[in-house]
Design a protein around this ligand. Structure first.
Ligand SMILES: [Zn+2]
Length: 64
């Protein structure tokens, strides 16, 4: 079995922790992980993660 099959993955790009560092994100269904590359997307365009990050639909994009 490929060890990546059970690896923790980024909720944005699905890359496993073996390829990229991941930041834990606590959400209503438990714990998810996101990589530094996808983190700005979570801040600026959270709607893009609706369906992958529980609660993302409640987030407003960061306003400059
Ligand atoms: Zn990512």
């Amino acid at each position: 079995m490929d060890k990546d099959d059970t690896a923790v993955r980024c909720i944005g790009c699905s890359r496993p922790v073996g390829q990229v560092p991941l930041i834990p994100v606590l959400h209503r269904d438990g714990l998810g992980h996101i990589c530094p590359q996808c983190l700005p997307g979570l801040i600026h365009d959270p709607q893009s993660l609706v369906g992958r990050l529980p609660g993302a639909e409640k987030l407003d994009p960061h306003k400059h």
